[in-house]
Design a protein around this ligand. Structure first.
Ligand code: ADP
Length: 182
């Protein structure tokens, strides 16, 4: 049973790799960013609450994303495994996830950290041109990443779950490394 958590900065390639891995393994790709963007587009209550945080490059409140993940992981398709992308993003979310997975008896294999230098991240994000990819918002997202998400590397290392891989190579090369891990 494949259950993987993808860690890494914004622009590190989590989405690209998560999508490809999920397709390969025929398990869902669960991206909190995608789910939130869809909610914003549909103007659901969740989307209305999340919008301004996302536009500014800040994290959406833990309560909202935690409820979202809890619901998503309870869906029938998630019982076959999953690739998590964009969650957890801080220590509260990580602690919640560990507890939830024990409760629902789902054990994850690795938290995979995609390592990419900041200057490369900025160039990649400027290139992809998503709505929240303006230079100012990108800088803010990186700041939030370094202060809140990067400490999770130690969190997973301490649990012997961390796998760090070089993300500053072609998407195909990253994918090959990931396949070898499985
Ligand atoms: P990125 O490529 O920057 O990692 P994502 O698609 O993962 O982008 O996330 C886009 C935005 O959605 C984030 O900047 C944040 O506002 C919000 N978001 C996504 N996941 C979470 C989460 N786990 N906790 C809080 N906010 C989140």
């Amino acid at each position: 049973m494949a259950r993987l958590i993808l860690l890494g900065a914004p622009g590190a390639g989590k989405g690209t790799q998560a999508k490809a891995l999920a397709a390969l393994l025929q398990i869902p790709h669960i991206s909190t960013g995608d789910i939130l963007r869809e909610a914003v587009a549909q103007q659901t209550p969740l989307g209305v609450k999340a919008k301004s945080y996302m536009e500014q490059g800040n994290l959406v409140s833990d309560d909202l994303v935690i409820a979202l993940i809890k619901e998503r992981l309870s869906q029938p398709d998630a019982q076959k495994g999953w690739v998590l992308d964009g969650f957890p993003r801080n220590d509260i979310q990580a602690a919640f996830l560990d507890k939830l997975l024990v409760e629902i008896a789902q054990e994850y294999r690795y938290a995979v950290n995609l390592e990419v230098p900041d200057d490369v991240l900025v160039q990649r994000m400027l290139g992809r041109g998503r709505q929240d990819d303006t230079e100012e918002v990108i800088r803010r997202r990186l700041q939030v990443y370094h202060s809140q998400t990067a400490p999770l590397i130690d969190f997973y290392q301490a649990r012997n779950k961390l796998m760090s891989i070089d993300g500053n190579v072609s998407p195909e090369a990253v994918m090959d490394t990931l396949k070898n891990l499985l």
